[in-house]
Ligand binder design. Sequence first.
Ligand code: FAD
Length: 472
Amino acid sequence: MVVGDLAQEVDVLVIGAGPGGYVAAIRAAQLGRKVTIVDKDALGGVCLNRGCIPSKALITASERFLSIKEADQMGIEVSGDVKVNMPELMKWKDGVVKKLTGGVKSLLQGNKVEIISGEAYFNGTDSVRVVTDDSSQTYKFNDVIIATGSRPAELPILRFDGKRILSSTEALQLQEVPGRLVVVGGGYIGLELGTAYAKLGAEVTILEGAKSILPGSDPALTKMVMRRLKQLGVNVVTEAMVQGGENKGEEVEIKATVGGEEKTYTADYCLVAIGRKPNTDELGLEYAQVELDERGFIKIDNQCRTNVDHIYAIGDCAGGALLAHKASYEGKVAAEVIAGMNSVIDYQAMPFVVFSDPEIAYTGLTEEEAKEQGYDPVVSRFAFQANGRALSMNQADGFVKIVADSETKQVLGVQIVGPEASTLIGEAVFAVEMGANAEDLSLTIHAHPTLTETIMEAAEGVLGHAIHMVNR
Ligand code: FAD
């Protein structure tokens, strides 16, 4: 490494070009700051390259495949074999990723953000050194936003080998549909990828240590997903404590204790999806004196400030919900604070989405949380079975549940399990964010026949006058 290189002065430096970093960079540039962004890898971060986007491409392809195989339910006869060509599927998925990462580059350039490729490492409270393959350069900044994200957490007793024991990154690059796949971890990543591979034809076993999949989620929502997993032939083993595993060459063997009994699961591949670890350990943060919490996440306040003046942190590396939209939201807040605005983080209307089958999405408070916060909540639940569009899509499992304050009818939270829950939650997020009440949703004319009518009907249920269900 070159020592003592002449420092270049930059105004705002953003480390990491994921959905947190690139959004922060663009927003800071919009606000008149001169921005430099550095990433050691591809623009777009985990989200675009090995997270949200490739996983959703895989999920969509697997749903398309299954719907072709099940087309006879709608009277469509498909003759001949319907096959999955994994290398072609992966090529298509990579094409989607490429379009988006190319878009990020154009947007950064269009906003006059300087892009640097290399690994950043703090060497003080106001400077970083960026190392590339053959050079290194020190940058002195006025403000820095750390947006270095996270990586898959490893089980010490079951280390990734990239061949048979995979992280989500490798599981999104498989060139064949596994005959058998064991997924360790029934959180959203394991569940989404496990379901996709089951739909593509793999025999899938999910091993989850907790009592249910998606630990912490409303059991009423996960029940629907469990039912569908059973229909898809996915073997979900809860309270399964993985003890270790071994790549046996042609297959992998996973040992787990289930209900006090030792069990062995054999598969072609094992996906370990037990959580994520912040990228804060190889960043020289000790030289910047930035404080971390006990799990290694950077501590920030409600304006994304760390304990050190002019150093901000956003997204996965700052903990909380490890989600792309949360990273982008914090990116905008940090950029605005740096530009002198009084923006603050408010997670009251944060959406949470699981692209399971059926999809799960929620925002705001659950009934229990509302009670804990001193509300007297009224709850209304509308089933997709009573919605014309859901039935005509042949996807009528699930419901929309609205939690409102019984006195003011203010919408406190919404939970959805069902078709397109990921899209439907947008209206609910808007309602919670603007403090709308059930009447606002009920008075809004919703197009027919659409899934959005379920939100209107659930809101009418809060008011006691839903049309397409009998009001209690
Ligand atoms: P990242 O996207 O992790 O980006 C960090 C960037 O920093 C990387 O490009 C990295 O190369 C760079 N970097 C790190 N260290 C350095 C350094 N020292 N110097 C220079 N550069 C550095 N979220 C959702 O909201 N919806 C989803 O559907 C969803 N699906 C997911 C599916 C999978 C399989 C996975 C793994 C994740 C998924 N996520 C999803 C989570 C989402 O990807 C992350 O929350 C999001 O990417 C976090 O954004 P970020 O900007 O904080 O960090």
